[in-house]
Design a protein around this ligand. Sequence first.
Ligand SMILES: Cc1cc2nc3c(=O)[nH]c(=O)nc-3n(C[C@H](O)[C@H](O)[C@H](O)COP(=O)(O)OP(=O)(O)OC[C@H]3O[C@@H](n4cnc5c(N)ncnc54)[C@H](O)[C@@H]3O)c2cc1C
Length: 397
Amino acid sequence: MYWVQTSLQTNGVKEVETIIIGGGISGMACGNELHKAGKDFILLTKELGGRMLTSKTHTVDYGASYITTEYKNVMSYIDRGERLMVKDFYFFDGNDFSNIFNNKSMLLRVHKWIKFIHLLKDFSNRLNVFRKKTLLKEQKEVLKDDPVLVQYLSEKADVFLKKHGFEYLNEVYFNPVVNSTAFVEYRDVSVFHYLGSLIPLVAKTYVADFRHTNHKLTNSWKDKIHITSVHEVTKKHSRKGFTIKTSEGDYTCTNIVLALPYDKANMIFDVPKPKNSGVPVYVFHVVGRREEIYLNKKIVFFRPEHHDITILWRQKSGSDIVFSKVANPDFHKYYELDHIVKRIHWGTSVVLSDENFVKQNIEEGVILASDYNLTGLEDSYITGVYAANKILGKTLD
Ligand SMILES: Cc1cc2nc3c(=O)[nH]c(=O)nc-3n(C[C@H](O)[C@H](O)[C@H](O)COP(=O)(O)OP(=O)(O)OC[C@H]3O[C@@H](n4cnc5c(N)ncnc54)[C@H](O)[C@@H]3O)c2cc1C
């Protein structure tokens, strides 16, 4: 546990200008920026890292697991593990495997593939422009600048796929990938989140290596981190500001940054509810011998209509990570012998918003960070930087 140094102490209640609640990527990003600017703040969190959760040896990720070269901001703090190559992706249809490079039916569909990649690159470029602006302006406001992104958030992926004739590519390749990254099928996502899940097709993608992330982000201000659980946030009656009750005592502050997902933040403050706020998923770390047909295939994606797991992913260490939407998948279908080293249930894995983004400045002195509008390490990191910039008075306007 770190020792907390606060500016003032009145009747045992510590007074600080800004309190960040939550020490995942968004909370740490905010703290790092406030520290660089010499501001008075502390960060209260149950633990550091949040959904960046790894095995004790840091060789296997149990939460967020990949980064792409499109992560231009957060990339300085996350090391690149092994590169994920499309040639290592196998798609199982219940009987047989196909790989993008060995599927003869693809020859007839090359023009569709080229068209899809063109649209995906355009989406990715738009997202980059959006992200740059959201360092200094609310996501909800920046979104208005790009009608195509607004359209992609409101349009269902199945309509888009039909319109462009991408049904085959979706069934064989894209839907199993979306189902393993957004944890829902194409019928249940907007075009925006569908395309967002497929960006690894147009950007170099790496296994995320978080072993140095917390240290890089917090080393120079770790005296401002307090490992504790926040129970309640209340407004002060007489003056501006807030009182924060934790398991280790009370604090008062002028600004609060809520850097935690809806299901956690909602328990301590009245935060806006994002659309589809809690897509759940189970992550299993498995050591074992795969069934013969799955041997020597690094990453196997499964079709949701045939299987209770979405992905079988061989790790560098030799063990597997398996994602499933059910609590107890039948591992005997995939392994001759298996031992489950770890099983994690994420109540909120990702958020699948629509075009009605929630506000980040929810009331005077309260700023929302984390993935209420857009999930992922890059966008969560940016919301933390935005919160700090807001406190520092840095804006685009
Ligand atoms: C299974 C899974 C796979 C994913 N895959 C990817 C991926 O491959 N790539 C990618 O970019 N993103 C991925 N994501 C999404 C990504 O992990 C999140 O968008 C991002 O980590 C959110 O960071 P955050 O800091 O906003 O929230 P969190 O990481 O959730 O941090 C919240 C923090 O708040 C703390 N906290 C909670 N309640 C309290 C309380 N009452 N008091 C004090 N502290 C509290 C928690 O301990 C935690 O430290 C994945 C997520 C999951 C679950």
